[in-house]
Design a protein around this ligand. Structure first.
Ligand code: AAO
Length: 515
């Protein structure tokens, strides 16, 4: 009895690290700037049937309407109130999305912007997505309400009121990040307002939160609002389930604030992951895929059970946040697919796949001057996601998550879930392979010559469909076939000029034979 009690207490304590995806589902997709009605449809027609675990959505709360530049994507990171009312939809549409996604086994994770309100330079008025009045000058946000007492102006010690040095933890937490009015989360009133907002979403049925700009909040202040959160809605989650928490902290090493400061609250974004993986696949700085043998903690990343990982995110795919030139995105599709494939095959961390919109990228002196451009829209209304007959997306939605190679690797990760990293092979350069127990195996050729090798896959004998070059349909392969012999050995040949120079096989893509 005492043991059971201890187990249930432990279960509760650790739940914030658990995405609460359904069994057999492992990955999150960020549907950046999508409308709620489109996300509901995508859950039903694509994400549910293809094994996706959940969706990270753009901030759902009322934000400032920025007209110069015109409706940038980043206006959604300038809160005006906690009303669910944005260009993605209203509260009814939000509720409908959460219900329909949960009903097909797909979770919703909310991007919670609670460190700050809008920028101090935004003009007072009602230019907000729900028309709520606000006055940045007097710190008045009437629809919450917040007033001057609820901000950190008195606490910040820099003369500008801005974060001037990332080496001073007090500045980073108490001063303004790029002019954004910094909430006084030491106050119980502010903590309560934040918790009320998050609880409203929890009660509707969301499974957890990405917490924006966590680096800019004191971990103890965050804990203070996190303990106020309700358990998840029992219509879809077990009794006592705690919301999944992943905190956006950029820690590349060398700054005063570290990811580990936040482990007590939940998972943390591992920004080194995409930067390093991009550097390796681009073969910059003498990096080689062979060095990925000890990928994960061996590369000085945080512990796997604390990490949320991704190849690119909505910031660093366009030069915001941290990352820089090594970050791979849909613009470098061939290497990008390999990077996402590697991430999804590798056991490290909880994985998030990016799904973007296309924008008129234009470099001037190395900087994309269109890095602000918002989602595809017409008269400031976000355009629907159109699905083409070949299942790709139209209207400038990129839908990386629908690319066959990426979708099939999301399924691969589900099939090999819980299996150990095994049977590593490399040629000491950029040809590598590894397996996950006896359930899946993947081979990469990122060298400038053909790969041709026989490897131990760890898999049962049989004929497998490569899920990168095609699919298994009607017990046949539309792409390459791989023959695994009775000892688990298989021969692989991958040309360096192949459309996708990697091959992945798993037990659910094995052909049935009459024996
Ligand atoms: C907009 C305008 C601003 C204007 C402001 C207020 O662009 O000009 O002043 O409104 O009116 C997004 C956009 C911002 C936008 C904001 C509000 O990206 O451009 O500002 O919405 O509309 C820091 C934070 C991190 C943050 C990141 C962008 O730590 O939390 O900046 N990301 C989140 C969201 C993001 C959002 C916000 C937060 C705000 O994902 O979309 O902003 O809600 C260093 C630090 C990092 C720091 C970066 C960038 O990184 O370590 O903590 O991120 O600098 O300032 C090397 C270093 C690396 C360093 C990096 C970059 O790689 O190793 O550590 O260089 O310098």
């Amino acid at each position: 009895m005492r043991f059971l009690l201890l187990l249930s207490v432990l279960g509760r304590c650790w739940a914030q690290y658990d995405p609460h995806t359904q069994p057999g589902r492992t990955s999150i997709v960020h549907l950046f700037e999508w409308r709620w009605d489109d996300i509901a449809l995508e859950c039903e027609r694509y994400l549910g049937p293809n094994g996706f675990g959940g969706v990270q959505i753009s901030p759902p709360n009322e934000n400032a309407v920025i007209s110069n530049p015109s409706r940038p994507w980043w206006e959604r990171y300038q809160p005006i109130s906690y009303k669910i009312c944005t260009r993605s939809g209203n509260e009814d549409e939000f509720r409908d999305m959460v219900k329909r996604c949960n009903n097909v086994g797909v979770r919703i994770y909310v991007d919670a912007v609670v460190n700050h309100m809008c920028g101090n330079g935004v003009s007072a008025g009602t230019s907000s997505t729900c028309g709520s009045y606000f006055n940045p000058g007097s710190r008045e946000f009437s629809a919450v309400p917040y007033s001057a007492w609820d901000f950190n102006d008195g606490k910040c010690k820099t003369s500008s009121g801005e974060i001037e040095s990332y080496n001073d933890i007090y500045q980073v937490r108490d001063c303004r990040l790029v002019g954004l009015l910094d909430l006084a989360l030491e106050k119980d009133y502010v903590r309560t307002k934040v918790a009320e907002y998050m609880n409203h979403l929890i009660d509707i049925g969301v499974a957890g939160f990405r917490i924006d700009a966590s680096k800019h909040m004191w971990p103890g202040d965050m804990k203070a609002f996190l303990v106020k959160l309700n358990n998840l809605n029992t219509s879809w989650f077990p009794e006592g389930a705690r919301p999944f928490i992943y905190q956006e902290v950029i820690d590349l090493g060398g700054e005063a604030i570290q990811s580990s400061d936040y482990f007590g609250n939940g998972r943390v974004t591992e920004f080194k992951y995409g930067i390093k993986l991009g550097t390796v696949l681009r073969k910059w700085n003498g990096e080689k895929m062979a060095y990925l043998k000890n990928w994960g903690e061996g590369w000085a990343f945080m512990p796997s059970d604390k990490a949320l990982v991704f190849v690119d995110n909505h910031d660093n795919q366009r030069g915001h946040g941290a990352g820089g030139a090594s970050i791979l995105t849909f613009w470098d599709a061939r290497l990008y697919k390999m990077a996402v494939g590697f991430m999804l095959a590798h056991p490290y961390g909880v994985t998030r796949v990016m799904s973007s919109f296309r924008w008129p990228r234009y470099f001037d002196n190395g900087k994309d001057i269109n890095d602000w451009v918002g989602p595809p829209s017409e008269n400031e209304v976000i355009k629907r996601v159109i699905i083409n007959p070949d299942s790709t997306c139209g209207n400038d939605w990129v839908c990386e998550h629908r690319w066959r190679q990426i979708r099939n690797m999301v399924i691969f990760r589900n099939v090999v879930d819980g299996q150990p990293f095994k049977n590593w092979w490399d040629n000491e350069r950029n040809q590598v392979a590894f397996g996950r127990g006896n359930r899946g195996f993947i081979v990469f050729n990122n060298d400038d010559w053909t790969l041709s090798v026989t490897l131990q896959t760890g898999l049962p004998a049989g004929i497998y469909c490569d899920i990168i070059s095609g699919d298994k349909i009607n017990n046949n392969c539309t792409g390459i076939k791989i023959n695994v012999c009775s000892k688990g050995l298989a021969s692989f040949s991958i040309s360096n000029t192949a459309e996708d120079p990697f091959i992945a096989i798993h037990v659910d893509a094995k052909l049935k034979t009459d024996e």
